[in-house]
Design a binder for this molecule. Structure first.
Ligand SMILES: [Zn+2]
Length: 188
């Protein structure tokens, strides 16, 4: 019900999600972390954006029922900070969203959100302050009220705090339901 990690039939949430307040509406992933971690590393850091095509094929095939059920209005890739985008050359989440869009017909709305610079590094904060710091990491730059349901696209679901802070910001601006789709989740 939370991150999409497999759980026993009697459980709704995995240990990572249990008891956590979330602002997103759940999500899906298709690859085991152990199997895909090396591939994702090359996809992100070693100029292999073409991997996105194969990833998208698997995601769209395996999650077809989920896509049909939630009927999303837009795919929103998690934005990179402008500085990081310059050094990396491309936003891997945007490339992945583009390939998913080709297969599903759901438009990509990557311009509507931006990652803004954090004024102080995360490690200076305690846990509570970190959440506040991350909460202000994204801004919505375009009118998104016409979007009822969106899917945030990212490469890996780790603790979910990035997706959650982006979801919070989107809902604050009028989006009703915010799901996520990633390649994998850490620890799977
Ligand atoms: Zn979970």
């Amino acid at each position: 019900m939370g991150c999409g990690r497999p759980v026993a039939v009697t459980e709704e949430y995995c240990p990572e999600c249990e008891g956590k307040k979330r602002n997103h509406d759940g999500g899906r992933f298709s690859f085991s972390y152990d199997q895909i971690a090396g591939s994702i590393y090359r996809f992100k850091y070693m100029k292999r954006p073409a991997y996105a095509r194969g990833y998208a094929k698997v995601l769209c095939r395996e999650q077809k029922e989920w896509f049909d059920a939630i009927n999303a209005d837009a795919l929103i890739p998690v934005p990179l900070h402008a500085k990081r985008l310059m050094t990396r050359g491309y936003n891997q989440s945007k490339v992945l969203a583009g390939e998913i869009s080709k297969l599903t017909g759901i438009p990509v709305r990557d311009k509507c959100v931006a990652r803004i610079k954090n004024t102080r590094p995360q490690k200076q904060f305690d846990r509570n302050e970190r959440l506040i710091n991350l909460k202000n990491a994204f801004i919505v730059r375009e009118n998104v009220v016409e979007l009822k349901t969106v899917i945030i696209v990212d490469d890996i679901f780790t603790t979910g705090s990035t997706i959650d802070s982006l979801a919070t910001e989107l809902k604050r601006n009028g989006v009703e339901r915010v799901f996520f789709l990633t390649l994998s989740a850490a620890g799977t």
